[in-house]
Write a protein that binds this ligand. Structure first.
Ligand code: AFP
Length: 329
């Protein structure tokens, strides 16, 4: 018999005394939104919703029509749930908050969801994989929203992503391993594909935007040379999609390393800490890999702003250990 995502969550929650069903109710909002998004993406060319809307988002990036749709789908599917205190999106400058009680004894206003509604959206028009990334935080008892959001990534209660590729795949963790599900269109449900996924200890791909290499700090160039010259005992090949979710998914399955170091244009890194690096770092660690930023573990960074950027490197144990050595950590 199949196991659906909802059933899996319920099984994981069994035995947790405070589990009230609220969490699985919350995740149902995320899965519904991602089903809406994947349906829209599949028909984008026919419905003429490719392309930019002629506006930039808070990051100063061109918003695509599908970025706007994906954001609205998540706001709609999650905003009506009374367990949600706030929604923090890449597309919105400020958190969207709901005036809900934060009484720790009640289920209302208990969770904050941070998300990148459509990651890699500059790839949409050419039919390359894109994804949705989410991170779930508990609101601090009687805490303000900002203070509850600006906490290190190791406080996340769950994280995951959906990759919209040849099939629609959901990967998540609640801190108890990494599990993946494939959307079965015939029944409209995410069905368990693999439990307790583990990243290979070493891979044979590195993934980075090499066009930036000339402006990286020297140690990263040295590291790349180490990989290229066979210094880790393997021949490496490069794979870079430019959709973080897709590059992460490949690294999770095949191992290797992804690097987005500081560049002269983006000295503080390009990728966003709260809704890109933190959730993916949580998944990487749960799968036996690791993830670092400018000064160490991503999940230990205390965020200063909701749209903060960070250098971001993650991958298999062997490649990450060699990187730490080259960086002198
Ligand atoms: P878009 O959402 O604007 O396509 O950005 C994608 C992204 O944030 C992330 O998904 C990629 O890993 C990264 O940017 C690619 O950045 P470069 O184009 O600088 O390599």
């Amino acid at each position: 018999m199949i196991t659906t995502f909802q059933q899996h969550i319920q099984e994981q929650q069994q035995g947790i005394s405070e589990a009230s069903g609220t969490f699985s109710y919350l995740l149902a909002g995320i899965t519904l939104a991602t089903k809406m998004i994947q349906a829209k993406i599949r028909l984008a060319a026919i419905d003429n919703i490719y392309g930019a809307i002629g506006q930039t988002n808070v990051q100063g990036e061109q918003q695509q029509k599908l970025d706007v749709y994906a954001n609205e789908a998540l706001l709609h599917c999650l905003g009506l749930k009374d367990c949600v205190a706030a929604l923090v999106s890449e597309e919105d400058e400020e958190p969207v908050t709901f005036n809900r009680s934060s009484d720790p004894d009640k289920a209302t206003g208990k969770y904050i969801i941070v998300f990148d509604p459509l990651d890699g959206s500059s790839n949409i028009d050419v039919n390359v994989n894109v994804g949705t990334i989410f991170s779930i935080l508990k609101r601090l008892p009687r805490g303000d929203i900002q203070g509850s959001v600006l906490r290190p990534g190791h406080t996340q209660v769950a994280a995951g992503y959906v990759v919209y590729g040849p099939s629609t795949v959901l990967v998540y963790t609640v801190g108890n391993g990494v599990h993946s599900f494939t959307l079965d269109h015939t029944i409209g449900a995410y069905v368990l594909a693999e439990e307790n996924m583990k990243m290979p200890e070493q891979g044979s791909y590195y993934s980075t935007n090499e066009a930036n290499a000339a402006t990286w700090p020297a140690a990263y160039r040295e590291y790349l040379e180490l990989l290229r010259s066979g210094g880790l005992g393997r021949e490496y090949s490069s794979r870079y999609i430019g959709s973080l979710v897709a590059d992460f998914h490949r690294t999770l399955l095949k191992g290797g390393i992804f690097l987005y170091p500081p560049t002269s244009k983006q000295p503080k890194g390009k990728l966003r800490l709260l809704y890109e690096a933190n959730p993916l770092a949580f998944l990487a660690e749960q799968a036996g890999g690791s993830a670092i930023g400018a000064d160490g573990r991503i999940l230990d960074i205390v965020p200063e702003g909701i749209h903060q950027r960070t250098p971001f490197m993650f991958g298999s144990q062997r490649e990450m250990a060699a990187l730490a050595e080259v960086l002198g950590r």
